[in-house]
Design a protein around this ligand. Structure first.
Ligand code: TYD
Length: 211
């Protein structure tokens, strides 16, 4: 079944939300159905954007300012949009993007404290009007995600960046869901992977993105 119309769907959530598991289930599901889609991730998805990703996530660059970080995410996004997302949309594909603008809002605007105006203005230039038709937000608090994993282990990312930071990210996502109720759908990610996936498929069907 080929979806002729195409659509742009972003997938968002805190670390430990089960987003990766759901993406993998969704890819298998769409492949089985013969639905054409293009999958990508942020930051990354093109050679240049993957290089930018390495700079952003390089733990040695402790002097990186929050503004630089936000600009680099936007630069990686600008490249991905023009090189990959817009062409795929033009071909009528369903575009699935693992993280997109709402990550910049939740992490840079809310958690880092840069504010929505700053992050929005940077991204207006980067994105033009390439806004997702639908954003699936895998809704589970970092505390619950952490508990579900059975607490801290050495090198755990939630532990590394500090639970308070991830709480602010989560609060940010909840505020975004209120600000953009037409676009952002909250998926209860506290349930079992099978139940969560059923909600994903039902939402995509409700929004007429898949049949
Ligand atoms: P990644 O390993 O891809 O995380 P995950 O598996 O949780 O998606 O790392 C991406 C990190 O970049 C993640 O911590 C979220 C962060 N990020 C931002 O802070 N702002 C952004 O705009 C994007 C796209 C990601």
């Amino acid at each position: 079944m080929v979806n002729k119309k195409g659509a742009f769907v972003s997938l968002e959530g805190c670390e430990g939300s089960g987003k990766s598991t759901q993406i993998s289930l969704l890819k298998d599901y769409l492949n089985e159905k013969g639905t054409e889609f293009f999958f990508t991730r942020e930051p990354g998805g093109t050679e240049i954007s993957e290089d930018i990703r390495r700079i952003i996530l390089n733990g040695a660059y402790t002097e990186m300012t929050d503004e630089t970080e936000a600009l680099l995410y936007a630069a990686a996004r600008a490249q991905l949009i023009r090189e990959k997302i817009l062409p795929a949309r033009k071909e009528g594909k369903i575009v699935l993007c693992d993280r997109y603008i709402d990550s910049s809002f939740a992490y840079q605007a809310f958690a880092r404290g840069l504010g929505l105006d700053f992050v929005q203005s940077v991204n207006v230039v980067a994105m033009r009007d390439c806004i997702p038709d639908l954003t699936l937000f895998f809704d589970i608090s970092p505390d619950e995600a952490f508990a579900r994993k059975g607490g801290a282990d050495k090198g755990d990312r939630l532990e590394q960046s500090g639970i308070d930071f991830h709480r602010r990210v989560y609060e940010g996502y909840l505020r975004l869901a209120v600000l953009y109720p037409e676009r952002i759908v909250k998926i209860d990610a506290r349930k079992t992977p099978e139940e969560v996936f059923r909600s994903v498929v039902n939402t995509l069907k409700d929004k007429k993105i898949i049949v």
